[in-house]
Design a protein around this ligand. Structure first.
Ligand SMILES: Cc1cc2nc3c(=O)[nH]c(=O)nc-3n(C[C@H](O)[C@H](O)[C@H](O)COP(=O)(O)OP(=O)(O)OC[C@H]3O[C@@H](n4cnc5c(N)ncnc54)[C@H](O)[C@@H]3O)c2cc1C
Length: 438
């Protein structure tokens, strides 16, 4: 079958824009054979390829990536490796689910951390924790107070921070309160994904700038790119929201565009005026109305705000410029003490969601597995999904496979245009009904 929807890189990713240039791996330009083919080099594909190679050191793995590593969603995100579920819930069943989620997320963090340390990946990886913030008293009582109770029930450490404390620790008076949890990792996601790609085991061959344009599932898998092909008996599909273009998870995945910006670096003088020394990261009580922010190791502020429904995984330059203007307004409202700090980079990445929050994980055919649809927490979920798909495919016993399967499979979606109308209305409703959290 022809693959009729391909990723496009508009070269705007700020996280890679602040790094030195990287020489990508060669494009595929011949016909090769391998024991395994993995398609898509985000967190899921990078973990799947590595784990296959570790589980089967005598077999060959080819990892095929349409663009350049670090320029996809995995390199464009906000750089939080999150160890806790966003919504815990208080029933016994929900608490058990949260324990399983934390087990999976923490296994992913441990796997990534081991690679960061053993391969010396320079991505500012640090356990800085995360502030979950509310702007209004209503957001505080509706979201933060229940969240704190749920953390207590889970036995997870946290600190409650009042308005004055948030102002002191984050350098902005915008927030009413925060719950700080210590386990989250912050890093530069483009640097991390580059490092993970460049430190793959010897029996993994990565091809970049090699979009799969055609795939044939007869007699194993035959993958065609513009200048070459790969034949392999077995495949792991890690293309996230593009999985339906490969004939899998059709009408089960929703794609959203998410927008982010980085300011320029603060000058010494501005840093003094700002008065906060350590990097931090915060997520909003309501993801639609609120914004995610970070103060980075190189003294920039990251703003992540706004979702668009994007079934075709495309955006426009006009939209990017409008987002940049909007992010500047949001920045100015939060940091009046930093009046002349411009936005240096604004970019968009694509997030894949399912209706019930379940991942597209597991066996799709006798010789095909997938780890897609990370529901916006792909640093940890993508990593563990890729690792466990490789364990499943190679028959390696791992109790976390059952935990991953307990998250369920994506529910089917209504047909378009009903889906489009439903998603857009839900966005408007969420944003309007939570406007006190803007
Ligand atoms: C702005 C933004 C902020 C976010 N913040 C966070 C955060 O802080 N923490 C977090 O955990 N998550 C965050 N996310 C979500 C996270 O980035 C994703 O969940 C994660 O990157 C998904 O990883 P993946 O490996 O499944 O998919 P991807 O990173 O999308 O990788 C899939 C790969 O498949 C490749 N591919 C697709 N089609 C083909 C083809 N035909 N041939 C070859 N290759 C192909 C693509 O080029 C891509 O490289 C954010 C996302 C965005 C956009």
């Amino acid at each position: 079958m022809k693959i009729d929807r391909l990723p496009r890189d508009d070269k705007t990713n700020g996280w890679s824009g602040i790094l030195a240039e990287r020489e990508p791996a060669s494009a595929l330009d011949e016909d090769v054979r391998a024991d395994w083919v993995v398609i898509g080099a985000g967190y899921a594909g990078l973990a799947a390829a590595r784990r296959l190679a570790e589980n089967r050191p005598d077999e060959t793995v080819v990892l095929v990536e349409a663009g350049q590593v670090g320029e996809n969603a995995s390199g464009r995100n906000s750089g939080f490796a999150i160890d806790l579920p966003h919504n815990v819930g208080s029933s016994l069943e929900e608490l058990e689910g949260s324990h399983r989620f934390m087990g999976l997320a923490r296994a992913a963090i441990a796997y990534l951390e081991e690679q960061v340390n053993t391969s010396g990946i320079k991505c500012n990886w640090a356990q800085r924790g995360k502030y979950h913030t509310a702007v209004s008293p209503r957001g505080t009582s509706d979201v933060l107070e229940p969240f704190a109770k749920e953390l207590e029930a889970l036995g997870e450490p946290f600190t409650w921070i009042d308005r004055a404390g948030v102002a002191e620790q984050l350098g902005t008076a915008h927030f009413n309160a925060a719950v700080y949890t210590p386990g989250c990792i912050l890093m530069n996601p483009a640097a991390l994904t580059r490092g993970l790609a460049d430190s793959q085991p010897q029996n993994v061959t990565l091809f970049e700038n090699s979009p799969v344009t055609e795939i044939d599932y007869r007699n194993g898998v035959h993958v065609t790119t513009p200048a070459g092909s790969v034949r392999a008996p077995k495949m792991i599909l890690t293309v996230n929201g593009f999985a339906d273009a490969f004939g899998f998870h059709t009408r089960h995945l929703m794609n959203l565009a998410a927008h982010a910006s980085l300011t320029r670096r603060l000058t010494e003088e501005e840093r003094k005026a700002y008065g906060v020394a350590e990097p931090w990261g915060m997520t909003p009580a309501n993801a639609f109305a609120g914004i995610t922010m970070r103060y980075t190791d190189d003294h920039r502020i990251l703003i992540r705000q706004g979702f668009d429904y994007a079934p075709g995984q495309r955006t426009t330059e006009a939209r990017r410029q409008a987002v940049a203007r909007q992010h500047k307004v949001l920045f100015d409202a939060r940091f009046p003490v930093l009046p002349n700090v411009g936005i240096e980079h604004t970019w968009t990445g694509f997030i894949c969601l399912s209706r019930n929050g379940a991942p597209g994980f597991g066996q799709l055919a006798s010789n095909i597995w997938s780890a897609v649809c990370q529901n916006a927490v792909g640093v940890t979920k993508g990593t563990i999904g890729g690792l466990l798909a490789a364990d499943m495919a190679t028959g390696r016993d791992n109790p976390l496979i059952a935990d991953m399967e307990s998250l369920g499979t994506p529910d089917s979606l209504p047909p378009r245009p009903f889906l489009d109308i439903g998603v857009r209305s839900r966005f408007l409703w969420e944003t309007w009904s939570n406007r006190h959290e803007a």
